[in-house]
Design a protein around this ligand. Structure first.
Ligand code: BDR
Ligand code: CA
Length: 303
């Protein structure tokens, strides 16, 4: 069983990632922390609690950053709807986030862990950057950081930047420059792993969880030719099955100002870095058919 901490901004694809993670028998989700991103942190926290109540899971939730480190906050409600999780009528939440904020909660969970924990970040990296700066002594307790974000081809927020990195590039720079072992599952992977209309029709018939996921994914306006990119779900797939995503070690620099703000630049000829170093494993490819089959299997684990 792999112990994980999720740091997220649900968000429709984050919601699908939570659904897979909390119901997979090989994952032990120790904590979910929330961040402002797709919608405000109050909404991402509320959406997380809604999902955990829906699945009947008693997992602590800690609210995190309300805004990026320096940049002005701009949400993605144009993609995820005003609530961040439209399309399904969840009952009002009855649970609350814990008192500790995201950074303190991550530290507490790591301190108490008997074995290394995998950190998975699928929103902007504001909480993770603050944690890295405050608690470097905890790095030994982290197996690796798996991040959804970035691109080494085209962007989805500008021609060169991906939304999570664009939202808080200063945080992303801190994270990429840290010594934590890390994997970047960016648009180069996630725009290949499109969930097809046929997969959505299949899960819709797989009980209440499949019907809920079909309903919220139906409201998701992120669309590519052939299906919808379930960006964040790929991080959970990688945690469970790293061989399913092709990666290459490299050096990535984050652009923090100007028209290319949020770009994740891969120095693949090592003109700016020592060729014997790398700061991240860069996700480059995935088999879309495998992704769809795997996702349907995951829905089969849900109540
Ligand atoms: C990322 O941005 C968000 O809108 C999604 O939840 C995902 O984490 C994709 O660029
Ligand atoms: Ca997200």
């Amino acid at each position: 069983m792999k112990s994980i901490i999720l740091d997220m901004d649900p968000g429709i694809d984050d919601a699908a990632a939570i659904a897979v993670a909390v119901n997979n028998p090989d994952l032990d989700v120790k904590l979910i922390t929330t961040v402002a991103g797709n919608v405000s942190v109050d909404k991402t926290t509320n959406n997380t609690l809604k999902l955990l109540e829906f699945f009947g899971k008693d997992i602590p939730v800690a609210a995190g950053a309300k805004a990026p480190l320096k940049k002005q906050f701009e949400d993605a409600s144009y993609i995820h709807g005003a609530s961040g999780m439209p399309g399904y009528d969840f009952p009002p939440v009855t649970t609350k986030p814990i008192e500790q904020d995201a950074v303190e909660a991550i530290h507490t969970v790591l301190q108490a862990a008997d074995e290394a924990v995998t950190l998975i970040a699928t929103g902007s990296y504001t909480n993770i950057a603050q944690f890295i700066q405050k608690y470097p002594e905890d790095f030994a307790k982290i197996e690796q950081l798996i991040m959804m974000g970035g691109t080494v081809s085209a962007g989805n927020t500008s021609s060169v930047s991906e939304f999570n990195v664009f939202t808080d590039p200063d945080a992303a720079k801190i994270v990429f420059e840290s010594s934590l072992p890390k994997v970047m599952i960016g648009l180069d992977v996630t725009l290949k792993a499109l969930i097809t209309p046929a997969t959505l029709d299949t899960i819709a018939k797989m009980g209440r969880s499949g019907a809920m996921l079909k309903a919220i994914i139906g409201e998701y306006s992120d669309q590519a030719a052939g299906g919808k990119p379930m960006h964040d779900v790929n991080t959970i797939l990688y945690a469970l099955n790293p061989a399913a995503i092709k990666t290459e070690a490299g050096n990535i620099d984050v652009v923090v100002d100007g028209p290319a703000i949020g770009a994740t630049v891969w120095d693949f000829q090592n003109r700016w870095h020592d060729e014997n170093t790398s700061n991240v494993a860069i996700g480059l490819d995935i088999d879309a058919e495998f992704f769809n089959k795997w996702f349907i299997e995951q829905v089969g684990n849900m109540p």
